[in-house]
Design a protein around this ligand. Structure first.
Ligand code: IMP
Ligand code: MG
Length: 190
C-alpha cells in the first residue's frame, strides 16, 4: 500500500518525478533499535568516554537519538565524505569534505553511519580514522544492506539488516528529500 506520494523535480533528472514510498520500519521499531544499540555500546565501554563520529548527512537524526540513549561521557563530532557515486574513485576511496575537529588519538571512537551498502565509504573512513591512532574504533550502522557488498566490512553494532532496496527517511535521503520523515521507507521502483 503506497502511503505517501510526493511530486517534485528530482535533482539532475529534469523531469517531474513521483516517488511512492512504502513504510519499512516505524518510529517505535526505530526507537527500540536505537535503544538496543546505545545499551550495547555503553555496556562495551563500561563508562569510558566515547567519541561518536557521525557521518553527515544521513546519520544526523540517528546520531542525535543514539547519543541521548547513551550513558557516560559522549563527545559528538561530524565528518562528511564525498558523495556516493560522484567522487568515489575506482579504488573506492572517498575524500572528506568536512573533517573532525576532535583529536581522536587514544580515544574510544564509534563511527555512526546510516547505511552500509557496498561498504566502500565505511572502509575508506575507517582507514582514515585508524591512521589517527584511536584507542579503539567501532562501527555502528542503522541499516546494513547486504546484497551489494563489495568489500568485507561488518558493523559492530547494527540496527536493521535488509537484503536490498533504496530506503529514505529518518535522516536518509533520495536527492536530498525525505530526510525529515520520522520512519524509514522503501522507494518503490528504485
Ligand atoms: P557504500 O559506500 O556503498 O556502503 O555507501 C553507503 C552510503 O551510500 C550510505 O551512507 C548512503 O549515504 C548511501 N546509500 C546507500 N544506500 C542507500 C539507500 O538505500 N538510500 C539512501 N542512501 C543510500
Ligand atoms: Mg551516508
Amino acid at each position: 500500500m503506497p502511503i505517501i506520494e510526493r511530486h517534485g523535480r528530482a535533482k539532475g533528472v529534469g523531469s517531474d518525478m513521483v516517488e511512492t514510498l512504502e513504510k519499512l520500519f516505524n518510529e517505535e521499531e526505530i526507537r527500540e533499535a536505537v535503544k538496543r544499540l546505545a545499551s550495547a555500546i555503553s555496556a562495551d565501554f563500561g563508562g569510558e568516554e566515547i567519541v561518536l563520529v557521525s557521518v553527515l548527512k544521513g546519520s544526523f537524526m540517528f546520531t542525535s537519538d543514539l547519543a541521548r540513549e547513551m550513558k557516560g561521557h559522549v563527545i559528538i563530532d561530524f565528518i562528511r565524505a564525498s558523495s556516493y557515486g560522484c567522487n568515489t574513485t575506482t579504488r573506492g576511496t572517498v575524500t572528506l569534505t568536512k573533517d573532525l575537529e576532535t583529536d581522536i588519538a587514544g580515544k574510544n571512537v564509534v563511527i555512526v553511519e546510516d547505511i552500509i551498502d557496498s561498504g566502500l565509504t565505511l572502509r575508506s573512513i575507517r582507514e582514515m580514522l585508524l591512521a589517527r591512532n584511536p584507542r579503539s574504533l567501532k562501527i555502528c550502522a542503522l541499516v546494513d544492506k547486504r546484497a551489494r557488498r563489495q568489500v568485507e566490512i561488518e558493523g559492530d553494532y547494527v540496527g536493521f539488516s535488509i537484503e536490498d532496496g533504496f530506503i529514505v527517511g529518518y535522516g536518509i535521503d533520495y536527492a536530498e528529500r525525505y530526510r525529515n520523515l520520522s520512519a524509514i521507507f522503501v522507494v518503490q521502483g528504485k
